[in-house]
Design a protein around this ligand. Structure first.
Ligand SMILES: C[S@@+](CC[C@H](N)C(=O)[O-])C[C@H]1O[C@@H](n2cnc3c(N)ncnc32)[C@H](O)[C@@H]1O
Length: 306
């Protein structure tokens, strides 16, 4: 039976209207996807719409967030192809202009949510994340998520793990509130601790069996500190799912990894071992730089050195 994708279709129609040039490429990408993909996309958009309707957030608002993300990313890619540098100078600047600006942050997080389905790189990373969760579903008592953002990953972890305790951290009040809303909507009876704080100042008596930190390392000035902190918070058999990127500019990216090996070396330097990894080449940057720069998304499941 084919499930109707009313809300997802409405989202796509809104995107095509605002950004007609994307229609052909999105349609061609979606033609490769199966029914499970459409069911998940429909369910996600329907749930976010329901959870956020009391805030006046509609499907159009969500589509606007995605189009804004695409426009911002393209502008950053063009700047980066000329300068070879990320444009955001510091964490102080990204905190002020992005994380603590409610309008900018909400639009950004809603856009990033949609990208999990409409951008092939993000969707493939989401599949890798589910694979990592499923490989640990029986060995995880407690779960921590750093930089929960839009809240989608936390809610997938709530579905796929059998953990007893869940915690989410974010430095942005907008992100933590958005994560709280969608989680209370999808998992009303689960006991989850939400922390509105900087990960570097976070403290816990617990050691975690699974720590997720998606798209945070490139947003900070010293990624070493973040992986060291992950090391300190992991239980002896615990694992961490991390993602980052090379040469992928965004409005709030600060730390520039130039090669995948720089990321692998950083992991190694923090006494962590890669269990499995996935990378995806983002073609836009090579096209803009006549192949002189390669951009990648990178994800890995890591653990403490034996
Ligand atoms: C790009 S979003 C990633 C969202 C989601 N994890 C994903 O992978 O799609 C990065 C998130 O990390 C948060 N963040 C950045 N620096 C942080 C810090 N020092 N402590 C906690 N959260 C942080 C931001 O507020 C934002 O919500």
């Amino acid at each position: 039976m084919t499930i109707k994708t009313n809300n997802f279709n409405e989202l796509l129609e809104n995107i095509y209207q605002r950004s007609p040039l994307q229609k052909k490429s999105i349609k061609s990408y979606l033609s490769t996807k199966n029914q499970t993909f459409f069911d998940e996309a429909e369910s996600t958009i329907t749930n976010y719409k329901a959870a956020l309707s009391s805030e006046g957030i509609s499907i159009k608002t969500i589509a606007d967030g995605f189009v804004q993300l695409c426009n911002d990313t393209l502008a950053e890619q063009i700047k980066f192809s000329k300068s070879g540098k990320y444009s955001c100078p510091s964490f102080e600047e990204s905190s002020k202009s992005v994380y603590h600006d409610k309008i900018v942050m909400l639009s950004y997080m809603l856009g990033l949510l949609v990208s999990q389905y409409i951008w092939d790189n993000h969707n493939k990373m989401l599949d890798f994340f589910k694979e990592c969760l499923l490989s640990r579903s029986n060995d995880t008592n407690n779960y921590l998520e750093v930089g929960a953002g839009h809240g989608l990953l936390l809610n997938i972890a709530l579905d796929l793990l059998k953990a007893k305790e869940y915690e989410a951290i974010d430095i942005s009040e907008t992100s933590i509130e958005l994560t709280k809303k969608i989680t209370k909507h999808l998992h009303p009876n689960r006991n989850i601790q939400f922390n509105y704080t900087d990960f570097l100042t976070y403290d816990s008596n617990l050691k975690f069996d699974f720590i997720t930190m998606g798209e945070v390392l490139e947003h900070v000035e010293n990624p070493h500190q973040f992986l060291n902190k992950i090391y300190d918070l992991l239980s002896s058999n615990g694992v961490s799912y991390i993602t980052t990127c090379t040469n992928c500019p965004a409005i709030d990216h600060i730390f520039l990894f130039k090669t995948l090996d720089e990321i692998r070396l950083l992991i190694q330097d923090c006494n962590l071992t890669i269990i499995k990894e996935f990378s995806y080449e983002v073609k836009a940057i090579s096209a803009l730089t006549n192949n002189s720069i390669q951009a990648h998304n990178y994800c890995a499941l890591i653990k403490k050195n034996a």
